[in-house]
Each structure stands twice: as C-alpha cells, then as structure tokens.
Design a protein around this ligand. Structure first.
Ligand SMILES: [Zn+2]
Length: 390
C-alpha cells in the first residue's frame, strides 16, 4: 500500500496579503474570474479590484448565489467559458471556495482560494462539499489537484465573526483525533493512500496548537486584532487542518457532522460546530482513548464555545427521552420523543452503513454503538459544563 500526501502549490498567510492577489494571479493567467457574495465583496472588494488592476489583469466579477450546489458550479463554469477566464478565484467562506474549485476543474482553469473567514479547512483541499438547494448535504468530490495558491489575509479574518473562527477550531480540533483513528485501521485518506509521517505530524501539530493557543486567539479575535497566537491558530484552522484531514484521514466526527447537516434543527449550525459534537461522540465511541485527554478536549471545546451536547446542536430532549425509555418498559416512551428518537437511530444506521467514514476505525461500528456514543457524548458534555444529568 502506498502513502500519498497532497497539498496546494503555494500557501501565503499574513496581515494584508490580500493586496498581493493580483501579483499571484499574474503568474497564473490573464483573466481571473472572481466569485464572491455581495457581503464579502463589500468588505474586500476594493482591495481585490485594486490589486488585480495594478497587475494589469481583466477581472470577471461573478456574484455567488449562496449555496454550494452542483448547479451553481455549472452556472459559474458557463460564465467562465463565455468570458474566456483562465483562473477561478473563490473569495469568502467554504461554500464559495468549494464552488470556485469545482469551476476550475470543470473549465480547466487555475485555482486560487482566498478565505475571508477561518471557519473550516476547505481552502487548501482538493475537495468540494456539495449541498442541494435546500441546504442538505449530498456528498463531496475529490479533485485531481489542489489550489495553485491559497491566500489567507489574517487581518480580514480577525475582523470577521468570532463564531466562524471558533467553528474553524472545531473543524481543526477533529483533524488529529480522526487521522489517528483512521491510521490505526490503515484506512485510505482522501488523497488515495495511507497517511505519510508528515501528514500525521501536521495533524498532531494542529491539535497541540489549538489546545495551547486557541483560547488566547479567540480573545484576540473578539477584539478584532491580529496577534502571534491568531496567526498560529489561523494556520492551524486553514493549513494544518487542511493538509491533516486530507492526507491523514477522517472518521466518525465528520460522519456525524455531515449527517447533522440534514437534521432540520441543525441547519443554522456551521460545519465546524457540528464537528464539535462529532468529536465528543467519536471520543465516546472509541475503545482506546485516554480519559484525561478526553476531558482536556471537551473542556477546551467548552471554553472556546463549541457545541458538546445535544442541546448545543438544537436537539435537546433527544437523549433524555432515550434514557427514560431505557428505564421504562419497552414501548413506554413519551410522545415528544417519538419524533426525535428515530432521528438518532437514523444517524446510527447511516453511520453503520456502506461507505461510512465510521468504518475508518479499527473496530466494528454498529448503529447502536453510534446512538449510545451520541447519548454518552451528551452526558459527558453536560457533566463537564456542570449541568444536571437528569
Ligand atoms: Zn471538516
């Protein structure tokens, strides 16, 4: 079995680096297509336009329609072809970047990502996550190449929403936990091989960086300032997590997060927030974890404000109902739980089903084991928060 590591060709991070975009694009083509939403354009539009203009390039300006659907990718691809664009540039959050990456592959263009929030590890990866028009997760594509340039302006990110920054830490916190689990089972990574030592070391560095600097960085971002810890955590959220998940491996934490995307109560949660609860679930599913380390992870998640209980992901009452059912005779569950309980069961069934990321563990994962792990995760989260376990 071979080992494979994939990565973007160039990664640039720092205060004000978005002003270098034009210079980067000039090395790749002559007619960049820039995809962004009106809000992001309002914030960084002048910087981007001035930079592209200074480089003497003609920009194709395309407004993102708000969801990472394959239809949106096809629409933007047609615009790229009509205008003869030769570079696809995504500016914004993960959904915009994922569509821009899809356009670059479909139309045969160079690929540049400029995340304006550090909320997930999409910017460096050769993958796009797809949703339908109703915001339901439908799957992901792995592309044959990673972005040519990833440009991460930490001043823009620190000026953005704290919630997005924390969600990014959730996505990044899972990287080592999942890669380590997947490595034990010799599962293939998204790059199509076993993880290299480099990928595992990067994933572990991501984890250690967050535990050491995450809280300081969050405090700085609350003040919208860039400090050395903000630089470190942005690198963890974007670069280390991106390389670590893609060339390391995924497991239960992301499977749970992906499935929660299709639960109506969870639709307003960010990806990394759902991963937060997925991490605690995976820690309760795994048969080979250090209890002190589990507590350290959950306490860190609570400190920075990541979801760790079912109530945190808007599913309050689900576990309590299940626990009551467990104490009562069969079929005596109360009315309000009947709608919720099958939902946990449904998640368990999909986790245990074919093609699930939960099979990237060195033990068999059953539907019941996943349901029990979610209930145990909720209890653990509530206990560490000092909440009642009734
Ligand atoms: Zn993720």
């Amino acid at each position: 079995m071979k080992s494979v590591l994939i990565a973007p060709r160039k990664y640039i991070q720092g205060r004000g680096v978005l002003a270098e975009l034009g210079g980067c694009l000039k090395l790749l083509g002559t007619k960049p297509l820039v995809l962004w939403d009106p809000c992001v354009k309002g914030i960084v539009g002048q910087t981007v336009a001035a930079s592209v203009h200074r480089a003497g390039l003609e920009m194709v300006d395309v407004e993102f329609r708000g969801e990472a659907t394959r239809e949106e990718r096809d629409r933007v691809t047609a615009i790229a072809r009509d205008h003869g664009a030769d570079v696809a540039v995504g500016v914004g959050g993960g959904k915009v970047l994922d569509v821009a990456k899809g356009v670059a592959v479909e139309a045969g263009l160079k690929m540049v990502t400029c995340p304006t929030i550090a909320s997930n590890d999409s910017p460096t990866s050769a993958a796009s996550v797809w949703y339908d028009a109703d915001h339901r997760f439908i799957g992901f594509d792995c592309w044959p190449f990673n972005p040519d340039v990833v440009l991460v302006d930490t001043e823009v990110i620190a000026a953005g929403p704290v919630r997005a920054f924390v969600a990014g830490m959730g996505d990044a916190l899972s990287t080592w936990i999942e890669a380590a689990a997947a490595y034990k089972s010799r599962a293939q990574n998204l790059a199509g091989g076993l993880p290299t030592m480099a990928a595992l070391a990067i994933a572990e560095l991501c984890y250690r960086t967050l535990l050491e600097h995450g809280l300081d960085a969050k405090r700085a971002v609350e003040q919208h300032v860039v400090t050395p810890t903000v630089e470190k955590v942005v690198e963890a959220n974007v670069l280390l997590s991106g390389l670590g998940f893609e060339s390391g491996g995924l497991a239960t934490a992301h499977m749970i997060a992906n499935l929660l995307s299709n639960v109506p109560e969870c639709k307003d949660l960010m990806h990394g927030e759902k991963v937060g609860f997925g991490i605690v679930t995976q820690l309760c599913l795994d048969d080979d974890v250090d209890v002190d380390e589990v507590y350290a992870v959950v306490d860190f998640a609570i400190e920075i404000g990541l979801p760790v209980t079912l109530a945190d992901v808007n599913l309050e009452g689900v576990s309590r109902d299940r626990l009551r059912r467990g104490r009562r005779s069969r079929g005596a569950g109360d009315g309000c739980g009947r709608a919720s309980l099958p939902r946990l069961r449904e998640i368990g069934d999909l986790c245990a089903g074919e093609g699930s990321l939960c099979h990237n563990h060195p033990f068999e994962v059953t539907s019941q084991a996943v349901v029990d792990a979610m209930v145990a995760a909720d209890a653990l989260g509530r206990e560490r928060k000092g909440l009642s376990l009734d």
